[in-house]
Design a protein around this ligand. Structure first.
Ligand code: ZN
Length: 90
């Protein structure tokens, strides 16, 4: 697990993907990881994934995001407010 210091202003401009929880820059119109276009700024916490072959972090992110696809290195939200999540049909 890795930690990074963000300026508070930068932190607020990141947008979490509602599908895989990947944190995208505020300029992004779609997720760099899964191409989903539902990106929101309301999320809590972040976890760093430096090495996708490190199964612990991948399993952790998948366990709460319910996303089963590949995960690219980067930062992922820990929690997206439930009322902001769209209902999936899985
Ligand atoms: Zn995504």
């Amino acid at each position: 697990m890795a930690f990074i210091n963000f300026e508070e202003k930068e932190l607020r401009t990141l947008k979490a993907c509602m599908n895989c929880y990947y944190l995208n820059s505020y300029q992004s119109s779609s997720c760099a990881n899964c191409r989903e276009t539902n990106l929101i700024q309301e999320y809590n916490g972040m976890v760093g994934l430096l090495d996708p072959s490190s199964s612990y972090i991948v399993k952790l992110i998948r366990s709460y995001s319910k996303y089963g696809g590949d995960l690219i290195p980067g930062f992922y939200a820990v929690k997206i407010e439930e009322e902001e999540r769209l209902d999936g049909d899985d």
